[in-house]
Design a protein around this ligand. Structure first.
Ligand SMILES: Cc1cc2nc3c(=O)[nH]c(=O)nc-3n(C[C@H](O)[C@H](O)[C@H](O)COP(=O)(O)O)c2cc1C
Length: 227
């Protein structure tokens, strides 16, 4: 499978979240060899969308001539797009959101009713492309934290999305936390294997991966310097 990882963390390879993504990919590779390319989004030159809709009227040509041109091509050639990012202000970091906005050339201006809502009809064939969100965050709570990022991803990629969220993710970069992070990464690896084999992950496993690794209060006390 051709996999494109969009690393939305400005910390690049030092990203906490990328530990989760690497474990997931290791699981996928365990099932079958995968072809993976990672883009450090922060290092790409991507102008802001101006909202001119020229791309939707002109068959997909954006007014900007920047790195997004090659990225869109690579997206179209991929089977799986992994959006790996830390939760920033309950959403995705600005550089990655910018990339999401700039995928507009994949859609046409025509809108159609899908169930109870409207969506744009594609002008590029993305029917085989699947989208996976892997999101880490700094707070210990998943509730009242990940909801808006999850809702955005679900609405953008209805029908072909999978979502993994993991709280307390700075622990992945703390060697002393290995006794709790290692078993969690083993679960993520298991999820990656399942995903490669069946195209989905057992919901109970998704829930377990999304639960705090240590009690919320203990985590908060450590972060606050009290332990
Ligand atoms: C600008 C900014 C906004 C953040 N917003 C949130 C947030 O809304 N919820 C949360 O739990 N953590 C938040 N965090 C913490 C990060 O999600 C956390 O540090 C994460 O582990 C960083 O992952 P990374 O190393 O992959 O970039 C924020 C961090 C920054 C720098």
């Amino acid at each position: 499978m051709k996999i494109l990882v969009l690393n939305g963390s400005p910390k690049r390879e030092g990203s906490d979240t990328l530990h989760i993504t690497r474990a997931f990919l290791a699981g996928m590779n365990e099932a079958a060899p995968q072809e993976v390319h990672t883009i450090q989004v922060i290092d790409r030159h991507v102008e802001f969308c101006t909202g001119c809709f020229a791309c939707m009227h002109s068959g997909g040509t954006c007014i900007h001539d920047d790195d997004m041109k090659d990225m869109l091509q690579e997206i179209l050639e991929s089977d799986l797009l992994i959006w790996s990012f830390p939760l920033y202000a309950y959403g995705m970091p600005a550089a990655l959101k910018n990339v999401l906005d700039r995928t507009l050339p994949l859609s046409s201006m025509t809108m159609q009713k899908v169930g109870e809502r409207y969506a744009h009809v594609g002008q590029a064939d993305v029917s085989r492309l699947r989208n996976l969100m892997i999101c880490g965050c700094g707070f210990p709570n998943s509730k009242h934290n990940f909801e808006s990022a999850v809702a955005q991803f679900q609405l953008c990629f209805r029908g072909n999305h999978t979502i993994l969220t993991v709280p307390e993710s700075p622990m992945f970069n703390a060697p002393e936390a290995a006794p709790v992070t290692r078993p969690r990464l083993a679960l993520v690896r298991q999820a990656g294997k399942q995903y490669a084999e069946r195209g989905e992950i057992d919901p109970a496993l998704v829930e377990e991966i999304g639960s705090p690794m240590i009690p919320e209060e203990t985590y908060a006390a450590i972060v606050n310097g009290g332990v």
